[in-house]
Write a protein that binds this ligand. Structure first.
Ligand SMILES: Cc1cc2nc3c(=O)[nH]c(=O)nc-3n(C[C@H](O)[C@H](O)[C@H](O)COP(=O)(O)O)c2cc1C
Length: 193
């Protein structure tokens, strides 16, 4: 079964972005599963730790989860008109050591969505991810956008998606992204990759 791994860039329990990720798992098109991963427990990147102890266990395990799936969905908050440090830190660790980047990220279908209480729904954060995705050699998905604005009205107090319009947008976005993932998978299989 084709699988996408989803990561929320927020660590807090009541996260709007984690709520959006859970809603995405429920809104996937038939035939594709969304697995929910986590960046929790990933330490701050420290080159000395890497040199003496290697890649932390949490990072190594998450790398293998990415490799085992067919696509990656990043659900990003926006901090100070850019991407959140904790999420970037996780991706930075996941990009180590550099010779492993093609295996983990190379040509991997990646989509970015996000939610914020403000009016622009993580537009600037999503844009700030673009150079990172390019640098890692991913196949970034540009088929459509999903910026969930005024997100405190979109999810209820338990984190359930209660806005029918956003549910429809989410389903449409995921259908397009999953088609992109499946196309990439077919190409890889045909090329024997
Ligand atoms: C340090 C910091 C900076 C923020 N900057 C922005 C911002 O630039 N744009 C925005 O829409 N929201 C901003 N916010 C508000 C976040 O969008 C809001 O806290 C959101 O709920 C975070 O995502 P989460 O609910 O998934 O944790 C900021 C929040 C913090 C803590």
């Amino acid at each position: 079964m084709p699988t996408v791994l989803g990561l929320s860039g927020s660590l807090r329990a009541g996260s709007l972005n984690s709520s959006l990720l859970r809603a995405a798992a429920q809104a996937m098109p038939t035939g594709v599963t969304l697995e929910i991963g986590s960046i929790k427990g990933i330490p701050l990147y420290d080159g000395d730790v890497e040199a003496t102890e290697g890649i932390p266990h949490t990072v190594a395990a998450l790398k293998e989860r990415i490799v085992a799936t067919d696509g990656l969905l990043l659900v990003t908050p926006e901090y100070n008109n850019s991407l959140p440090g904790a999420f970037k830190n996780a991706i930075d660790w996941l990009s180590r050591p550099p010779p492993d980047i093609p295996r983990v990220f190379g040509k991997r279908p990646v989509a970015v969505i996000g939610a914020s209480p403000g009016g622009f729904g993580t537009l600037l954060s999503q844009t700030a991810w673009l150079p990172v995705l390019k640098t890692l050699g991913t196949a970034a998905y540009f088929g459509s956008r999903l910026q969930v604005s005024r997100a405190t009205d979109v999810f209820d107090g338990h984190g359930a998606l209660v806005d029918a319009r956003i549910r429809e947008q989410l389903q449409k976005f995921l259908a397009g992204f999953c088609e992109f993932v499946l196309e990439s998978r077919r190409r890889d299989r045909n090329s024997g990759a």
